[in-house]
Design a protein around this ligand. Structure first.
Ligand code: FAD
Ligand code: NAI
Length: 476
């Protein structure tokens, strides 16, 4: 007899595990199928985000930033530290222990909420008396479970280049790049996107000479143009992260000790020799081996499951959320879709506003934004006003010695509604939350300008940017 559930979630990344928790909170009998195994062969929940994405990358970002602070920033505070050095094995062990703590935390949440973890690979196989049938094959054999509703949260994997196999030793994707056993002398990175910049910065701070090869002629095309310009100056010119734009990879040759890359730039043939290479050219949805063809689940030409605004697929009671569907590939976007779908299955009303999803790039300084960029508003022909204010004259930023960057607010020229907020600053990931709340409540720049902000705090720069929209910044 097949085990039956009200809801079967496939995938326990941030989208799937949150969907399972919310479904269980709402009183539904819930199972979650997850096949992930650690390098030691132990089953693990949490998906890409916890195991090989958001969490380990942020742990290494923090460690490498501390190393940089000790070497270059403490001196101005009157703190002299001689002989700072890296213990990479310890740094990696710290990262791994954070990952384990977090993934075990989800196991705890599953137990607390009576969620059944079905260990193994899920394949959709058909329809039975109690709902959709999911075959689960794991170490213990193969079983079939039935769910009245199915939530597919199978996430994504790194895109690789066709003729460049990833071994995660010399040629790496995010998995290998988070686990080097020594700091490479020369690190090559293909793709100056989010992963390329974040992990490129980590290894640069730890001592590697990093060269990033990017196919596009412009830097950070998705970000606001003023932010991209400022970031270019900081990363490329000041921090010496060598980013080459408008590059076409012609040939790669991999040896035991390194990689040689022939590429073209401005019609000129060039070569990059590196000890390790990170390929970070985007991610592709996990829809292969899911059994979509067995049940007629619609997949689009790029491999994403087709869904409507409420994450409903073409099949009744089959939903899909997170990286496996349209929209930004971000953990928090998937989580909110998970909550929405669980509530819809329970008969509640729910929605996710994709227009107010914050983006953060965890470089140093960080880059964060929500809403439209200035170039988008220009292209759309939307009339707007801009308010921009720098961190250079903010007391808190000066006390922290972190004065790079600014807040830029874009508001509708007629209604004053905030249309976008863009930040480059060490604490941009925290500061953006105010802008998200303001935009979710459809606030005007005037609203933020009239709200009291604590002094001295970095949030005063948001306040001043809002005032600057109306050309009445007070401290400039
Ligand atoms: P995933 O996290 O990919 O989880 C999917 C799960 O489904 C996996 O555990 C997989 O094993 C399982 N699965 C797949 N198919 C099956 C099957 N058939 N049967 C059983 N199980 C299956 N996002 C942010 O918001 N902030 C960040 O700072 C950030 N940093 C990142 C850093 C890196 C290096 C990377 C690679 C990504 C980062 N991301 C970040 C993106 C984030 O990790 C993803 O958006 C997020 O993990 C997507 O969640 P998900 O639940 O949709 O999928
Ligand atoms: P990305 O889409 O951010 O960047 C990929 C870059 O590679 C682009 O600039 C693209 O133009 C370039 N590129 C593509 N093909 C190329 C080629 N053949 N040669 C040279 N350059 C090429 O993808 P990335 O960095 O792999 O990250 C994947 C996703 O993971 C991100 O889009 C994001 O959704 C998520 N992520 C989020 C983070 C965060 O929220 N802080 C951190 C890391 C990842």
């Amino acid at each position: 007899m097949a085990q039956t559930f009200d809801v079967i979630v496939i995938g326990a990344g941030p989208a799937g595990y949150i969907a399972a928790v919310r479904a269980a909170q709402l009183g539904m009998k819930t199972a979650c199928v997850e096949e992930w195994k650690t390098p030691q062969g132990i089953g693990a929940l949490g998906g890409t985000c916890l195991n090989t994405g958001c969490i380990p990358s942020k742990a290494l970002l923090e460690s490498s930033e501390n190393y940089e602070r000790v070497r270059h920033k403490f001196e101005s505070h009157g703190i002299a530290i001689a002989g700072a050095k890296i213990d990479l094995a310890k740094m990696m062990a710290r990262k791994d222990s954070i990952v384990t703590k977090m993934t075990k935390g989800i196991e705890f949440l599953f137990k607390k909420n009576n969620i059944t973890w079905l260990k193994g690979h899920a394949t959709l196989v058909g329809k039975g008396g109690a709902g959709w049938q999911v075959e689960v094959s794991g170490d213990g054999g193969t079983d079939v479970a039935e769910g009245k509703a199915i939530i597919i949260a199978t996430g994504s994997k790194a895109r690789h280049l066709p003729d460049l196999p990833v071994d995660n030793e010399v040629v790496c994707d995010n998995v290998g790049a988070l686990s080097f056993t020594e700091v490479p002398k020369r690190l090559g990175v293909i793709g100056a996107g989010v992963i390329g910049l974040e992990l490129g910065s980590v290894w640069r701070r730890l001592g590697a000479k990093v060269t990033v090869l990017e196919v596009l002629p412009s830097f950070l095309a998705a970000a606001d143009e003023s932010i991209a310009k400022a970031a270019w100056k900081i990363f490329n010119e000041r921090q010496k992260l060598d980013i080459q734009l408008g590059v076409t990879i012609v040939k790669t040759q991999v040896g035991k000790k390194g990689v040689s890359i022939d590429y073209e730039q401005d019609g000129k043939p060039l070569k990059l020799e590196c000890d390790r290479l990170v390929v970070s050219i985007g991610r592709i949805p996990n829809t292969d081996r899911l059994g979509a063809e067995n049940v007629g689940l619609k997949i689009d030409e790029r491999g994403f499951i087709e869904v409507d605004a409420h994450c409903r697929s073409n099949l009744q009671n089959v939903f899909a959320i997170g990286d496996v569907v349209r929209g930004p590939m971000l953990a928090h976007k998937g989580e909110e879709e998970g909550v929405m779908v669980a509530e819809l299955i329970a008969g509640q009303k729910a929605h996710v506003n994709l227009e107010t999803i914050p983006w953060v790039i965890y470089t140093s300084p960080e880059i964060a934004w929500v809403g439209r960029t200035e170039q988008q508003l220009r292209e759309e022909g939307t009339p707007y006003r801009v308010g921009q204010f720098p961190f250079t004259i903010n007391g808190r930023a000066l006390s922290q010695d972190e004065t790079e960057g600014f807040v830029k607010m874009l508001a509708h020229a007629k209604t004053d509604e905030i249309l976008g907020v863009h930040i480059i600053n060490t604490h941009a990931s925290e500061l953006i939350a105010e802008a998200v709340v303001a935009m979710e409540f459809r606030a005007c720049s005037e609203d933020v300008a009239r709200i009291v902000h604590a002094h001295p705090s970095l949030s005063e720069v948001m306040h001043e940017a809002a005032l600057a929209v109306d050309k009445r910044a007070l401290n400039m």
